[in-house]
Design a protein around this ligand. Structure first.
Ligand SMILES: Cc1ncc(COP(=O)(O)O)c(C=O)c1O
Length: 377
């Protein structure tokens, strides 16, 4: 396997995620305890959890879990779903199954780093940038122009990490159609789906739109359960799913059995959990708006269309890298500077930082942030 570069975000998090006093850049919404999740289970599922044999499970994933996952799609059944250890394993194996040297992929930037570094380790990749000057618009003509006869994959992520962008449903549908016409697999990372500020902006899922498209999802983000490490790909191309299964034989073989039952419980309670998480984000937003209005000369803030991260501009002369380093070292407030989202494929803004809006009590971190802005900067 080609060596992959360091994963900048994870390397930064190795230093700070569990040591900074205020984690103000989380991309997962407020999690819950095992007890809270089990309280959402019906008697049968709670009993299934308590009496669970801790053996290997099926590589494709527990059939009962795949059944509840399939119910979140309009045109897919349980046999169109394969589970993985988080979205990360799914993304990694999907690119390795889809792409060979000699192939070509198109990836939207800025992105979750693996979205570009994994395909770049396998074949030629062209980036198409969301335009920060046009509210992170995706230019479909630019995507079309980037396609080559050997393009196998177009990879997108909406709601986008880090920008929070959700494109119009008509554009997303047109993108799926364009990929279909060219025999290309649309790889759609939908891990923040369900956290849109306006329900009318929720995009259709790619696997519902196209038989060859792959929808990536996970319990980590919108449901706030990253510790379960249950991700999945939904795709109606069964041959591709079978290749994914064989690839998984070389990595995790199967998912954690307890996590499969817990993910099933969470997915059955998906609607109330998502409602709670959207309400939490909506309740948090005024605190962020008030912070950014106090410091309007220092930041250019815009709430995300969806997801639980925003990507404001920092306007100070010291630059966002120095700013984020000093903020975490001096005030214990963790943000992610733009260098984490640097792309090898396209220019990306160098004056932004990621801030998380989906955790309980952001007021504490914002107060420490504001105090540092007033006194130490
Ligand atoms: C867009 C996107 N895709 C995939 C992942 C990986 O998710 P997981 O940690 O659940 O494997 C992340 C995590 O931050 C992400 O932001």
């Amino acid at each position: 396997m080609t060596r992959l570069p360091d994963f900048r975000l994870e390397t930064y998090f190795s230093r700070w995620e569990f040591t900074a006093r205020h984690h103000l850049t989380a991309s997962d919404v407020q999690t819950m305890t095992l007890g809270e999740l089990l309280s959402l289970a019906d008697d049968k599922d709670r009993e299934a959890f308590e009496n669970l044999p801790l053996g290997y499970t099926e590589t494709f994933g527990d059939p009962a879990l795949r059944e509840v996952i399939a119910q979140t799609y309009e045109n897919a059944g349980a046999d169109d779903v394969i589970c993985f250890a988080g979205a990360e394993e799914a993304l990694y194996l999907a690119m390795n199954v889809l792409l060979d040297a000699g192939d070509h992929a198109v990836v939207v930037t800025p992105n979750y780093q693996a979205a570009e570094t994994v395909p770049m380790a396998l074949c030629e990749v062209t980036g198409v940038a969301l335009d920060p000057d046009r509210n992170w618009a995706l230019d479909l003509d630019e995507v079309a122009a980037a396609l080559r006869p050997n393009t196998r994959v177009v990879s997108v992520n909406f709601p986008n990490n880090p920008t929070g962008k959700v494109i119009d449903a008509a554009d997303f549908t047109a993108l799926a159609r364009l990929c279909d016409e060219r025999g290309i697999h649309l790889f759609s990372d939908e891990v923040y789906r369900g956290l849109e500020a306006d329900a009318a902006r929720i995009l259709p899922q790619a696997a519902d739109l196209s038989e060859r498209a792959l929808s990536l999802n996970v319990t980590s983000k919108s449901l706030g359960l990253p510790g379960l490490r249950i991700g999945w790909i939904t795709c109606r191309d069964r041959e591709l799913l079978s290749r994914l299964e064989r690839a998984k034989h070389y990595t995790t073989i199967c998912n954690s059995a307890p996590s499969e039952v817990l993910a099933r419980i969470a997915l059955k309670a998906r609607e109330p959990i998502l409602r709670r998480n959207r309400a939490l984000i909506a309740a948090n937003l005024p605190a962020f708006e008030s912070f950014f209005s106090e410091f309007a000369d220092d930041f250019d803030w815009q709430a995300p269309d969806g997801g639980c991260v925003a990507y404001p501009r920092y306007l100070g002369p010291d630059g966002v890298e120095e700013f984020c380093t000093r903020l975490v070292e001096e005030a214990g407030v963790l943000l992610l500077p733009a260098s984490i989202y640097h792309s090898e494929l396209t220019p990306t803004p160098s004056d932004r930082f990621r801030i998380g809006i989906g955790r309980h009590h952001p007021e504490e971190g914002l107060a420490a942030f504001a105090q540092w802005m007033r006194t130490s900067r």
